[in-house]
Design a protein. Structure first.
Length: 365
């Protein structure tokens, strides 16, 4: 049965929420306003209130207080945007600016409190910005990517590598909008789609429903590093298309994915090389889009091309910043050795994406 994905769930995927429940958290009007400004710039109005509810709710729990730790002076003076005030009242109906306990809505101040909270708020803002980026990318993903020949080739390779292995149960890691999952489901596979971008999964859900394939797919808002809910050896194959390059805990993700696949099962990857250069891909993409007369497609192209430059910078910066530790992203060059150490045999290793990526197929022994 499919797990219902709701738009507001995206806030629970922010890693900061795993550390926000700390008694060292203290109030700072400046940090709060900085966070609010960032959220207003990046997050859809529909989702803002959920984010603030989650933040204030977590802070309240961390402080073991009945009320969210809000800045009551700012609320009284209307220094905080009205949608924030409204969401606080909605989340905590017993709360009111005239409440006699209003003066108790504080957090104990520690010596390093101010800078500490500013750092926490900056982390929240950074992570909100990243999620907002992927949410915007999700809206333009299919209209553009499905027209790109290199993307079509990669999708077809993944589908073929999995179906020719006679896999039935497939784990689709970083499933995106379901462009690999849907053809697999049409060929009789039972596909579990995971992604940490709610907007991508919402689009995948809609497409799966439109194709009358809902009984063949289930959806989970998860990171590739958090697959403990799936039993060991429970899948016949795993699909991983351009995912590992964006996961800081790359080794943890690979280990989690391999654990889920049974002996004899296939793991199909496409990942960028350390020398990845987005320019050839964007140049080809531009030539394809210029042949379209649809203004909407060209608008989507602007989003995707900007995302392409951003992802290129991300890939290069992650590669240059890597150290000898295992807590880092993974590139295609490293995959064969890492998979071998985890008991997998590489059976295919091909160029992909105009030579900027590698397509790697392995079998778990």
């Amino acid at each position: 049965m499919s797990e219902l994905i709701k738009a507001e769930q995206f806030v629970t995927t922010l890693p900061i929420f795993s550390t926000i429940c700390s008694n060292e958290l203290v109030a700072s009007n400046n940090a709060a306003r900085a966070l609010i400004a960032e959220v207003q710039e990046w997050v859809d109005p529909e989702q803002r209130s959920y984010l603030f509810k989650e933040v204030f709710g977590r802070i309240a729990v961390s402080q073991n207080r009945p009320y969210p730790c809000v800045w009551h002076a700012s609320l009284r003076q209307k220094e905080v945007p009205f949608d924030l005030i409204d969401c606080i009242w909605t989340a905590f109906p017993s709360l009111h600016p005239d409440d006699p306990e209003a003066d108790q809505w504080t957090i104990s101040v520690l010596p390093s409190a101010g800078p500490g909270l500013n750092r926490v708020m900056q982390r929240i803002a950074d992570e909100v910005g990243v999620h907002a980026f992927w949410a915007e990318y999700a809206r333009s993903y299919d209209p553009v990517l499905l027209k790109m020949p290199f993307y079509q080739t990669a999708m077809n390779r993944h589908v073929t590598a999995i179906t020719e292995s006679k896999a039935i149960r497939v784990l689709d890691v970083g499933a995106g909008t379901g462009n690999v999952a849907i053809p697999l489901a049409k060929q009789g596979c039972k596909v579990t789609l995971i992604d940490n971008c709610a907007e991508m999964l919402l689009k995948a859900q809609a497409k799966v429903a439109d194709a009358n394939l809902s009984s063949a797919c289930d959806f989970h808002l998860l990171s590739a590093t958090n697959l403990d809910q799936f039993e060991q050896d429970s899948f016949d194959a795993a699909n991983v298309l351009l995912v590992l390059f964006n996961i800081a805990e790359g080794q943890q993700a690979i280990e989690a994915i391999v654990r889920c696949v049974r002996p004899g099962g296939r793991l199909v990857f496409t990942e960028p090389l350390r020398s990845f250069d987005e320019k050839p891909l964007l140049e080809l993409g531009k030539s394809v889009i210029e042949g379209c007369n649809d203004a909407k497609i060209k608008s989507h192209w602007q989003v995707v091309s900007q995302a392409g430059h951003r992802l290129g910078r991300l890939i290069r910066s992650n590669s240059s910043a890597e150290t000898a530790t295992e807590d880092r992203t993974i590139r295609a060059e490293e995959l064969p050795e890492k998979l071998s150490k985890l008991g997998c045999e590489v059976v295919a290793n091909l160029d992909s994406h105009l030579g900027q990526c590698r397509h790697i197929v392995a079998v778990k022994r």
